[in-house]
Design a protein around this ligand. Sequence first.
Ligand SMILES: NC(=O)c1ccc[n+]([C@@H]2O[C@H](COP(=O)([O-])OP(=O)(O)OC[C@H]3O[C@@H](n4cnc5c(N)ncnc54)[C@H](OP(=O)(O)O)[C@@H]3O)[C@@H](O)[C@H]2O)c1
Length: 263
Amino acid sequence: MAADRAKPVVLITGASAGIGKALALAWAREGATLVLMARREVELEAVAREVVNLGGQAFTFAGDVTKDATRRALVDFALEKAKRIDVLVNNAGRGFYAPVRSIAVADLEHVFALNVFAPLHLTQLCTDALARTSGTVVMVSSVAGIAVTPTLGAYSASKFALEALSIAMRAELAPSGIHVLVVRPGPVETEFRENALRRDATGPRGDKRQDPAEVAKRTLKAVARHKAVLETSLFVRAASFTARVLPGALRIWNNRQAHREHL
Ligand SMILES: NC(=O)c1ccc[n+]([C@@H]2O[C@H](COP(=O)([O-])OP(=O)(O)OC[C@H]3O[C@@H](n4cnc5c(N)ncnc54)[C@H](OP(=O)(O)O)[C@@H]3O)[C@@H](O)[C@H]2O)c1
């Protein structure tokens, strides 16, 4: 069935859990049509039922976003089912905790395939559709996309790469009427820590985690306002400010942290 033109059509990767699921539910409350993508079919179907109960419409697509053929099939599926795409949310991602000496190139390739190559290619595939709707690309980055700390070098490298691509993309896609929003959450209450790749590192630190529903609410507002960057909490804004304006202070904190953890 074609989507109702008054409501946005939103394609979300990593929609079976965590921030992606929270985004789906927040958009469902606005009556949006969701194209929900992730690997776990049962979880995706459960999210789709919640979307419908909240007043939205949902189509599910189970697959691995790191696969080229899956990404192409996903975009074809979205356009066939919903007829258009107003918002593409590149959310699927994975953490990686390891001191630099323990980073294996194969692990880094795996993390980049999910955190960088998949969002890049999916955005390329959706550009024409997004130009037709003057739509928005949401890149879910991280506080690690602006501030680097010990054992998070590899994860940060992937999010820095995503941020760099987003900066160029924002300028290049603007003439087509496409907006690019980078979202930088700090620690959020999801399965992210359990799902992260770890090599010789216990990380992450700190226990204060943001509610994914709050991240979602702020993201929807930022999309509506065509914001370029959303830092989702005071913690992220403080860390981001320190990294950009007081990099020496962050270096001192990092050196102490590395020393304390015997890295
Ligand atoms: N939670 C945090 O503290 C935090 C902080 C900053 C930034 N972030 C970023 O926020 C985003 C979402 O993370 P989250 O916290 O919601 O993590 P999460 O709870 O682990 O959820 C990750 C989502 O991505 C999906 N996914 C993983 N690999 C996939 C693949 N190969 N193909 C398709 N889908 C895949 C997972 O579903 P399946 O397993 O069903 O595929 C799941 O829906 C990530 O980009 C992450 O880097 C998170």
